[in-house]
Design a protein around this ligand. Sequence first.
Ligand SMILES: Cc1ncc(COP(=O)(O)O)c(C=O)c1O
Length: 398
Amino acid sequence: MVGLSSSIQEYLKAIPEPRYRILKNSTPLSGGIIKRGEIRLVNFASNDYLGLAQDPRLVERATSYAREFGTGSGASRLVTGNSPAYELIEQKLADLKGTEAALLLNSGFQANATVLASLLNKFLHRGPGKSEALLFTDKLNHASLHFGAQAAQARQIRFRHNDLGHLEELLEKSKEQPGNRIIVTESVFSMDGDILDVERVRQLARQHDAFLYIDEAHATGVFGKNGMGLCAGGISRDELVLGTFGKGLGSYGAYIACSQNVRDYLVNACPGLIYATALPPQVLGAIDAALDLVPGMETQRQYLKELGSFLREGLEARGFSTGGSTSQIIPVIIGDDATVIQVARKLEDKGYLVGAIRPPTVPEGSGRLRITLSAAHSHDQVAGLLEALVSTLEEVGS
Ligand SMILES: Cc1ncc(COP(=O)(O)O)c(C=O)c1O
């Protein structure tokens, strides 16, 4: 064990200063504000896109569930953790998404890591006379999707980020190869804020007889029919769509929308469902309340869209690129890690908190500020950020 401690120490020492991660205390408040110690900052680093995490209606439902059912579920869903609230919520979700079935899981990470792996274990068909599945993945897919592929020891065929022409080329190239095909991508990309052409990827999946797995973590609450994601309303039996509750829906947890067949399979085979304690009642209460509210939040979604256009246009007019972003996630790519940190610190001094994202979360050389907007932000807060950003980027010569 002495060997383990010293190799951990060596590992930590070798991390360059701008990449060394530490946890900081944060207390989110309403109105897009966060407290760091005694300092109040406007929070542009949270995924609470609709401001629901501070909404009294979610707090009320969460509290009433806790009062009625306690603070813990006590066991996994297959043992005694499957409270009636689960089935109620899953039915609401299936109706809202337009699917046969939905299944709640404890988090998006857990879902991608274990649902994808469970599906791949069936798709891979390893053994004599069987062919390995062909797994096509976007190069910038979230780490949890990579974990899912790795857990199943699947080889990924990576297409260039959000480049469906490249995906098509790779599908064509492997046309004669045996094995099931599965395409895995996000619909709103977490670090770049660009958006997948869902219809086109569906068309490619149909043409090449591929199963489609789409992560809608950052689209849920913000885009699509009833705000339920870009795939809502027409999910086929050969698709699985994942959404989360910890971002636009203001609480915690994840769900998949899929066929009844896939749901039944996962209940029997997915370790993330079988071997994990069910979500606590207060979380189910908050999810239930969010699902009642989100379809009616069109005004907030429209406002969020306007904030996004305002900030992007303001940055671009002053010569700063926001990449391919067309959503509430706006990256300002800087490149060098130390400069990313320097800019983020200076912005903090001016009262604004933005994400300072460095490799390995994003590819080498693409360190960036990640700005996330929320319907809880006022127009003045965003205008203030724009001015502070431009002056800071000019100060450091970026
Ligand atoms: C695209 C994507 N998928 C999945 C996750 C994980 O979701 P959760 O935070 O619920 O674990 C994230 C979170 O950062 C994400 O950005």
